[in-house]
Design a protein around this ligand. Structure first.
Ligand code: PGA
Length: 262
């Protein structure tokens, strides 16, 4: 049972899926299913879907975010979108450091730090992704890897700003593969990240930080992952593209929260 005092956040990461019409339809379908959620509910959508998603979510408890941002406010950066642009259109969240951006688009711990810094400066909440490759888990260096990723990304971020940072622990080998970390593995790494936050920011800030799990979380495995005391929600890829599956994960998060309040 999850005894956490933190409010979980369930965030969908649509990746490069859905056009604006499809985005609006999925949000309209999801809205009534999550209307009574006690946890936070977020969809991080492709840039071109932001407007339609924000319109469709208006008046509901669904928050909208993007999947990346550039660190400069404006200028000659062809093809890029700034954090300020996201804030100005109405987005409230942005993912930084997703493993696909690190692996496929050259993001480093340093650029992730710059993107996160810019997002906070623009008033956004950051969903900062960290996670190890399979070889790193096999070499038993998972904690060192996620500690390094987290520490560099958070350099220059104050304790007050940490309240607008969600950390998503996403083992790379579990993303989109159907493989999931065991609940114990997810809990252990989250505890390690929280320990680092305690070293950097003190116990109270660490205890208040939301740490999600991501990597093939679905309607069937969400309850056991979310019941872990150190796991405060999820970053959901594939299963966020189906309203019923996503709503089932939101319900699982609420059930773990209700259990802890009972
Ligand atoms: P997945 O993606 O749920 O499809 O594994 C998670 C993510 O990449 O955030």
């Amino acid at each position: 049972m999850n005894q956490s005092p933190r409010t979980p956040v369930i965030a969908g990461n649509w990746k490069m899926n859905l056009n604006p019409g499809e985005a609006a339809a999925l949000i309209r379908e999801t809205k009534p299913l999550v209307a009574d959620a006690g946890c936070g509910v977020v969809f991080c959508v492709p840039f071109v879907d932001l407007h339609a998603a924000l319109e469709a979510a208006r008046g509901s408890n669904i928050k909208i975010g993007a999947q990346n941002c550039h660190w400069e406010e404006k200028g000659a950066f062809t093809g890029e979108i700034s954090a300020r642009m996201l804030r100005d259109i109405g987005a409230e969240y942005v993912i930084t450091g997703h493993s696909e951006r690190r692996a496929l688009f050259g993001d480093t711990n340093e650029t992730v730090a710059r993107r996160s810094r810019a997002a906070l400066d623009a008033g956004l909440t950051v969903i900062l992704c960290v996670g190890e490759y399979l070889e790193q888990r096999q070499q038993d260096i998972t904690l060192e890897v996620v500690r390094t990723q987290t520490k560099i990304a958070l350099a220059g971020i104050s304790a007050a700003e940490l309240a607008r940072v969600i950390i998503a622990y996403e083992p790379v080998w579990a993303i989109g593969t159907g493989l999931t970390a065991t609940a114990e593995q997810a809990n252990e790494v989250s505890r390690g990240i929280r320990g680092l936050l305690g070293e950097l920011y003190g116990q109270a800030s660490a205890d208040g930080a939301v740490i999600q799990y991501g990597g093939s979380m679905n309607a069937a495995n969400a309850a056991s992952l979310l019941a872990q005391p150190e796991v405060d929600g999820g970053l959901i890829g594939g299963a966020s593209l189906k309203a019923a599956d996503f709503a089932a994960i939101v319900a699982a998060a609420d059930a773990s929260g209700t259990a802890s309040r009972a």
